[in-house]
Every structure is written in structure tokens, then in C-alpha cells.
Design a protein around this ligand. Structure first.
Ligand code: 5GP
Ligand code: MN
Length: 339
């Protein structure tokens, strides 16, 4: 760590225009991490812009009150210019440039050194000049906190960071641990304790992250649970499918399905839960597990994706009516292979 921190500080020296980047469909951790990084860099006199591959869901708008984040799908030319003019690019909360979708090409063509700070398994090492990777960190924001606290800019004092960064870091761990219910380590609570000392309002953050959805979103969940949820007892699994039509009838907005896939895991014998969401040209896959099934490996093998041992995502290109059968066959085969 110490050696990498020295290299991190070396990379920052003399930099004029840094860019912070997160993954496609940014969540609380990706958004929190880019905001905290930009806020830290500004506090030490380094200009930092943020480009995300696609827009943040509206419940995360509070992390970007000045609307300074650029979204690649909306302002591609400006974003490309920023990518090519940057003298350093910091990549947060993804393990491969392919997770930035359409931004991947520009990022690969940019000559700027790229630093990765991330907690997903198996980072693509050749894409980055410096890597901080720790799959045991509950969130990228937790790893980022560890990095920042070890720099000579903070000397371990969280109060050396701007308050905006405190809020963003806290949002990241709350989001990725689902309010401290999974992947937490003693470090997570050390960080949380420091953040509380710094004056963040945990209850307010909790409301913003988990209690700021629309009435329609709750009704859509009701529809999914009653009409779409299917249990597959022979493989201890559960699947749900959200069609474009259902999305339209409930006025679906980006981020509305956040948390849905966790719900079937509350059933005793369900060890794998899958949510398939029909999107433009593909079906988005969300997988969660409890017990021993690695949904990261399942997703890499059958769903063109990855993530973490117990939370992963991916994409498939099948007609919606074939999705459930494909899921059953894939998981059956996976369980046979991984007995
Ligand atoms: P979610 O189900 O919440 O969309 O994603 C769960 C986890 O899987 C997150 O850590 C996310 O980064 C990862 N993930 C989601 N979609 C993809 C994907 O298409 N490819 C890969 N490699 N990881 C994904
Ligand atoms: Mn994350």
C-alpha cells in the first residue's frame, strides 16, 4: 500500500486537468467515489472533472448539487474533449474499461496515465498504470477512503477532506453494503465511525438513498412479485422478469429496480436470485446469492458480466420469453460443475 500511495502522489504532482470516471449505470458507490475524488483533488488545488458513461438515477442527484457531472450518452463531444485534454484519468468502481461502454474507445485512445481504484474481482491490469484493487473492501468508497487517509495530504485525518467528500464516501458504503447488511469488515465500521465524527447525518443519507423513490416504483415491485416471480426449487433459485411494457406502465425511471433482486433472498431456501430487465437491444441481468454460490463466476460464464461473489450483473441477448429457460439451464449446469 505504502509504495502505491507514493506512486499515487507522484502521479498527482504537477497535474493540471484530472478526470474521474465511473461505470455505466452508475450506482451510489461509483457516483460517491467520483464525487469524493473530485472534491479531494479540488481541495488540494487540482482541477478535476467527472464524466460518467450514463446518467445517475435521480435519487443520487444530491451528490451532484451543482450538476457538474457530464454524462457520455448526453454530451459525447464535450466528454471526448475532456478525455483527450486530461493529463491523468482516475477510474473508480470498475475493473475493466469495457464497463464504461461507449466511452471505452476514447479512454483507450487517451495517452493520459490511468489509475484504477476498485473492489471488483480480476481487474484488467494492462489497462492501467497504477492499480488499487481490493475485492474484500465493501465498496470502492471504502478503498478510496483508505487510499486518501494514507496520503500526505490528510495524514489520516478525515477532517482534512471537504464535507462534500464525507457525504459522497458515506453514500458509497451505504449503497454497496445495502445499509451495512453485507460485505462489511471492521474497516467499514472504522470508516463509518470517522465519518460520523466528521459530522455526516447518517439518518438523512439513509432516507435519501433508500426512501426517496416514487409510488410507481413500489407498485411496479408489487406487480413483479405477484405476477413475475418464479421459484425454481430444484436449484434453490428465484427469477423475476421486468418487461419494457411493465416498465412503461409504471413510468419506470433509471434506478427504480435498485434493491429488487435482493428481496427473494429473504426466502429460506432461495440461494440465488435473478432479475432480468428488458432494455434497448439487450436484457440486463442482476444476480444475488447467499450461501456459497459465486454469482460473479456464474455471470462471467453465462451472462457476459461479473461483479462480486454475492452480487453480480451482466447482459444477455435473448427474446424475453427464452430468458427464464436459459437461466434455469445455466444455473443447473453451473451447480453441477461447481459441486
Ligand atoms: P447490479 O445487479 O446492481 O446492476 O450489479 C451488481 C454488481 O455487478 C455491481 O458490482 C456491478 O458493478 C456488477 N455488474 C453489473 N452489471 C455488470 C456488467 O454488465 N458487467 C460486469 N462485469 N459487471 C457488472
Ligand atoms: Mn462498488
Amino acid at each position: 500500500m505504502k509504495q502505491n500511495i507514493d506512486r499515487f502522489e507522484e502521479h498527482l504532482r504537477g497535474k493540471k486537468r484530472v478526470l474521474a470516471v465511473g461505470h455505466f449505470h452508475p450506482d451510489g458507490d461509483a457516483t460517491g467515489a467520483v464525487v469524493a475524488m473530485a472534491s479531494f483533488l479540488k481541495s488540494i488545488g487540482i482541477e478535476c472533472s467527472i464524466v460518467l458513461p450514463s446518467p445517475i438515477p435521480s435519487y443520487l442527484d444530491f451528490l451532484d448539487p451543482r450538476k457538474s457531472i457530464l454524462f457520455y450518452t448526453q454530451e459525447r463531444e464535450r466528454a471526448d474533449r475532456l478525455i483527450f485534454e486530461s493529463d491523468l484519468i482516475i477510474c473508480l468502481d470498475f475493473n475493466s474499461l469495457s464497463r464504461t461502454e461507449d466511452m471505452e474507445k476514447a479512454l483507450k485512445e487517451s495517452k493520459a496515465p490511468k489509475i484504477l481504484i476498485d473492489h471488483h474481482l480480476n481487474p484488467v491490469t494492462e489497462e492501467f498504470s497504477l492499480i488499487f484493487s481490493d475485492p474484500s473492501a465493501s465498496a470502492t468508497c471504502e478503498l478510496l477512503w483508505r487510499v486518501l487517509m494514507n496520503t500526505s495530504f490528510t495524514h489520516g485525518d478525515i477532517c482534512a477532506l471537504p464535507h462534500e467528500a464525507h457525504i459522497a464516501l458515506a453514500a458509497g458504503i451505504l449503497a454497496d453494503t445495502n445499509n451495512f447488511s453485507n460485505s462489511v469488515t471492521p474497516d467499514t465500521f472504522t470508516m463509518a465511525s470517522q465519518l460520523l465524527h466528521s459530522g455526516i447525518d447518517l439518518a438523512e443519507l439513509n432516507d435519501r438513498l433508500f426512501k426517496h423513490f416514487s409510488e410507481n416504483r413500489l407498485k411496479m415491485l408489487g406487480e413483479l412479485l405477484t405476477r413475475s416471480m418464479v421459484f425454481h426449487p430444484h436449484i434453490n433459485a428465484c427469477s423475476m422478469i421486468l418487461s419494457q411494457q411493465t416498465k412503461r406502465s409504471f413510468d419506470y425511471k433509471e434506478g427504480d429496480t435498485e434493491g429488487f433482486v435482493n428481496i427473494p433472498l429473504s426466502v429460506r431456501d432461495v440461494e440465488v436470485s435473478a432479475l432480468f430487465t428488458e432494455s434497448d437491444g439487450y436484457v440486463k441481468v442482476s444476480l444475488r446469492s447467499k450461501g456459497g454460490v459465486s454469482v460473479n463466476a456464474l455471470s462471467a460464464q453465462y451472462f457476459n458480466g461479473g461483479g462480486h461473489e454475492r452480487a453480480a450483473g451482466g447482459k444477455i441477448y435473448l427474446p424475453l420469453e427464452e430468458v427464464r429457460g436459459y437461466f434455469e439451464r445455466s444455473l443447473e449446469q453451473f451447480l453441477r460443475e461447481h459441486k
